[in-house]
Design a binder for this molecule. Structure first.
Ligand code: NAD
Ligand code: WQD
Length: 340
């Protein structure tokens, strides 16, 4: 298949590009490089020995998408492009709705004009309503997200559902990721946040490598086993394999499907710190800080639907997550700015 990856130069997109090239697919990446480096794809090409067609472009540019779709015979789109910083989204809601929601609308219009109606969308566990019942199955209620980023993901899910209902020729997968972490086992590609990381594992790695002095643990008074927040951390290579499985499953049959991509297991912040320390053989300086607004105590997936429908499940455990995250950070302390 010829697969068009919006946002394919980013963290999850680049790992998925690698998995797709290795599986024999043709990959076209379309990315405005607002939060990524072209170097990620150079490295994917070197790792796989394959070629990736790269187009620097924006999903909000419908005329450009029309030209690209007219020139290349695309079979399916995996739509990663979007802004994803939760805190920033509360300060710049319009930028988030414009990039994520309006960008998706523009993309869907262009796909429709090109008779291209197979779409895999990067959704998020953030769409679920806060719940005491864990794990979360796909039919758990969705909620009123606590920030514009989360709202944009839920709005896109609604938009895609309405589109598929109105025009049943569409084939759409909503993939709800839990907490993607880790890196390719080579240490050549990984997560490269610009500025101060928002997420736990990149923060821990940057403390380990000396870029940051200490980690603030956001609250130790939750009703969890050690008082710190519990999440379902999924290795990015498992996540990438989940995209390949979802694409294989939906290509050629119309419908809309929702799948959780998680491991079905939760770990606390303190467990994550300890697991990282064991692998990296160094101490992570941390202090207990107040809770972060909008955080829930616990969140992990019921991942059984993906296993049943797709024959996919996460294979990599916490040790591999930490080993690969640490190798990437150690060998690229400044991320892709250490190009070579
Ligand atoms: P990322 O920022 O590394 O990748 C997103 C990519 O999209 C970047 O390469 C960026 O340059 C590009 N982009 C942004 N706006 C664009 C636009 N208007 N036009 C073209 N390209 C644009 O993020 P990621 O972690 O790889 O996330 C990929 C997707 O998965 C996002 O939609 C994100 O919301 C979603 N997601 C991420 C997580 C997570 O924790 N990483 C969890 C759940 C869902
Ligand atoms: C994990 C745990 C924090 C940083 C976010 C988005 C979600 C999805 C994934 C995109 C929590 C704690 C964190 C720190 C800490 N993204 N923590 N100190 O909040 O579960 O999910 O990323 O869709 O929408 O909200 O991930 O990595 O930020 O936090 O103690 O410096 O680590 O409180 O318990 P989160 P996270």
């Amino acid at each position: 298949m010829k697969v068009f990856l919006t946002g394919g130069a980013g963290f999850i997109g680049s790992h998925t590009a690698l998995v797709l090239v290795e599986a024999g697919h043709d990959v076209v990446v379309y990315d405005n490089l607002s939060n990524a480096s072209r170097e990620s794809l150079n490295r994917v090409e070197r790792l796989t020995g394959g070629r990736i067609a790269f187009i620097e472009g924006d999903i909000r540019d419908g005329a450009r998408l029309d030209r690209v779709f007219a020139e290349s015979d695309i079979d399916a789109v995996i739509h990663f492009a979007g802004l994803k910083a939760v805190g920033e989204s509360t300060e710049q809601p319009l930028a988030y709705y414009e990039n994520n929601v309006a960008g998706t609308l523009t993309l869907c219009h262009a796909m429709d004009r090109a008779n291209l109606r197979t779409l895999v969308f990067s959704s998020s566990a953030t769409v679920y309503a806060e719940s005491r019942e864990m794990p979360l199955p796909e039919d758990a209620p969705t909620g009123r997200p606590t920030n514009p980023y989360g709202s944009s993901k839920l709005m896109i899910e609604w938009l895609l559902r309405d589109l598929q209902t109105a025009d049943p020729r569409w084939s759409i997968a909503l993939l709800r990721y839990f907490n993607p972490v880790g890196a390719h086992e080579s240490g050549r590609i990984g997560e490269d946040p610009q500025g101060r990381p928002n997420n736990l594992l990149p923060f821990i790695s940057q403390v380990a490598v000396g870029r940051l002095p200490e980690l603030a643990v956001y609250g130790n008074d939750y009703s969890t086993r050690d008082g710190t927040g519990v999440r379902d951390y999924i290795h990015v290579m498992d996540l990438a394999a989940g995209h390949r499985a979802a694409l294989d499953a939906i290509a050629g049959s119309a419908g809309l499907w929702t799948w959780n991509l998680g491991t079905g297991r939760g770990y606390s912040v303190l467990e994550m710190i300890r697991a990282f320390e064991n692998v990296a053989d160094r101490e992570i300086a941390y202090r207990i800080a107040p809770r972060r607004p909008g955080d829930v105590a616990e969140c992990w997936a019921d991942a059984s639907r993906a296993e049943r429908d797709l024959g996919w499940r996460a294979e990599r455990g916490l040790e591999e997550i930490m080993r690969d995250a640490w190798r990437w950070q150690r060998e690229n302390p400044e991320g892709y700015r250490d190009a070579g």
